[in-house]
Design a protein around this ligand. Structure first.
Ligand code: 8GT
Length: 144
């Protein structure tokens, strides 16, 4: 019998900061994982860098431009035998443009302290946790 091998799908996602708030996006009813929350982004196309993919996806999905600051640890998540993704998160700054939703149900600029209240895609949970930890350490440096 032939064994069906699942290929890990690389997906870039953006943790976009603006004035201390983070852009979070709720997937539409028609998308995979309907109404789950995610960091906007998408599948990396062949010949594309993870950062290049992210800038393209964010412009396509949300009509805004971003500046990629740095990469956070990736999370490999297996949804099923057929679907496994490598989620590659990047910290980004909002750079310009008016937010126009092309795919998502809704987006919010949320305080970091409220990120854990959302119903995240399972693949995002360790990424959200990492980011919250990282963010709280950053704040320590700003204490005079
Ligand atoms: N962009 C993004 N995708 C995520 C996140 N978390 C997560 O599980 N994903 C999954 O990674 C894939 C991203 O692909 P996409 O957003 O370009 O694809 P899509 O809706 O067309 O997905 P589909 O082709 O599986 O239906 C989706 O299957 C999505 O469910 C996240 O934080 N950001």
């Amino acid at each position: 019998m032939m064994k069906v091998m699942s290929r890990i799908i690389p997906v870039s996602c953006a943790i976009i900061l603006k004035e201390g708030k983070v852009l979070v996006a709720q997937r539409s009813e028609k998308m995979a994982l309907p109404l789950k929350w995610e960091f906007p982004g998408g599948k990396i196309e062949s010949g594309e860098s993870a950062e290049g993919c992210l800038m393209r996806e964010i412009l396509e999905e949300l009509n805004i431009t971003i500046q990629v600051i740095h990469a956070f640890p990736v999370n490999i998540h297996r949804f099923s035998k057929e679907k496994e993704i490598e989620l590659i998160p990047f910290l980004c700054n909002y750079s310009g443009g008016e937010l126009i939703l092309k795919e998502h149900h809704q987006v919010l600029w949320l305080d970091v302290e409220r990120l854990s209240e959302l119903d995240w895609s399972a693949a995002d949970i360790p990424i959200v946790k990492n980011f919250i930890e990282w963010f709280s350490l950053q704040n320590i440096h700003f204490i005079p």
